[in-house]
Design a protein around this ligand. Structure first.
Ligand code: SAH
Length: 396
């Protein structure tokens, strides 16, 4: 990812402010090509986290510990099938093995701090990491009771380095990557809270998942394994602001999950202003990556498009979008901008949103409007900022 792994894009672009949504002047952004400040590394503990170990790693550990091979499957099932939170809960695993595990690979805790329920039934789960950082996940029940879908939106980083102008998470800056164990723990906590496994998982919470590729791909493997939660890759969606090398790496995974791209503009000029990452990977490169992404029969790339009044919601935008997507099996999700304190963007009127959708429809684009879910508790797209927890001091 050409330096992105160890740097924060935010540090390069954060000083350039857009005082209003009327982004007409040319943006004097420095080009985010060279690394600046090193990112805070994930704490060491995350590397040893028992919950982050893949079945073959557990199998090797079990063999080295001189225990029978079936213990690896037992341990994995407890962690990823039952979502246990303490080693003592592994009742059929001998204490000697549990103690050895505790020594070599302690379970890194993810403490559930609060749950807020929105009027529409959406629930926001706030967590505290072992080093006192705050992250959030959002459980979104389907409005259609018959389909009975339950979508869980999970975080991949503490804060975010990408600095999209319209996003609340960006205002936190970059904290650190989440370990794979911390990513999957959100799923198991939400499962316990909901009383059932989510049907769909989307990496659309805090952070840029492809900036944390290694931990996210490991989390996908953990979630898909039949010994554990056994999610079908069709039920997993990774959303990106447009990290092109990461998209290629995601597409090379076997199996690959679904891809969502936060497109949000139809010209490089506008996209650069609202998403500085576009300087590094402009629209043409991004759409080429989408074209290369392997899609099995019937699958499509999702394009998210945050509608910002007067910025990217014109008829000209609606007419350019289908041309950009030509040749890509695509679905477009229009997300009317969700407000938060800070930037002076505005959500377009309901009529503008409908007209925008209609123009796309006429051009035979599959297009949906994402109604804001959980916005009364700041759980809607782009509102996650874990503010109430950021002041909690790290535990000793
Ligand atoms: N970093 C990844 C994952 C986050 S997904 C990505 O950018 O795809 C969060 C989605 O919400 C993105 O599509 C983003 O464009 C959108 N979003 C961010 N802020 C928003 C806001 N205030 N209102 C509506 N959507 C927003």
């Amino acid at each position: 990812m050409e330096g992105l792994e160890s740097t924060t894009i935010a540090s390069l672009t954060r000083n350039v402010m857009y005082p209003s949504a009327a982004v007409t002047a040319a943006a004097p952004l420095s080009t985010p090509a060279t690394p600046a400040t090193p990112a805070t590394p994930a704490p060491l503990a995350a590397a040893r986290d028992l919950r982050a170990m893949l079945p073959d790693e557990l199998t090797s550990w079990v063999a080295a510990a001189g225990a029978p091979g079936y213990r690896a499957e037992q341990i994995f099932r407890w962690l990823h099938g039952h979502g246990i939170e303490t080693l003592e809960a592994m009742t059929n695993v001998p204490a000697t093995i549990r103690e050895a595990l505790e020594h070599d690979h302690p379970l890194v805790p993810l403490t559930q701090a609060t749950v807020q329920t929105a009027r529409d039934g959406t629930r926001k789960l706030a967590f505290r990491t072992h080093d006192g950082r705050a992250i959030e996940s959002v459980l979104i029940p389907d409005e259609d009771a018959v389909r009975n879908k339950l979508t869980l939106c999970i975080s991949s980083q503490v804060g975010c380095a990408i600095d999209c102008r319209f996003c609340a998470t960006a205002t936190l800056g970059f904290g650190r990557h989440l370990g794979a164990g911390e990513i999957v723990a959100q799923v198991y906590r939400a499962t316990a809270l909901a009383g059932r496994r989510p049907t769909n998982l989307v990496f659309m919470g805090m952070g840029e998942p492809l900036h944390n590729f290694d931990n996210v791909s490991r989390a996908l493997a953990l979630l898909e394994h039949p010994w554990g939660a056994g999610f079908s890759p069709r039920r997993l969606t990774v959303s990106t602001a447009g990290l092109v090398p990461g998209i290629d790496k995601l597409g090379a995974l076997k199996p690959a999950p679904n891809l969502a791209i936060s497109l949000n503009a139809t010209t490089d000029e506008i996209r650069e202003r609202i998403m500085p990452i576009n300087k590094k990977w402009p629209l043409a490169a991004l759409l080429d990556a989408a074209r290369r992404f392997p899609l099995s029969h019937g699958r499509r790339v999702t394009f998210e498009y945050v509608l910002l009044a007067g910025v990217n919601d014109s008829d000209a935008d609606a007419d350019r979008l289908p041309r950009l997507l030509r040749g890509i099996p695509a679905k477009v999700n229009l997300i009317p901008w969700n407000p938060f304190q800070g930037p002076e963007f505005q959500r377009p009127s309901a009529e503008r949103i409908r007209t925008f959708q209609e123009r796309l429809r006429k051009a035979e684009v599959s297009v949906y409007i994402r109604s804001p879910r959980g916005d009364d508790i700041d759980a809607a797209c782009g509102q996650l900022a874990a503010r109430e927890l950021v002041t909690i001091a790290p535990r000793a």
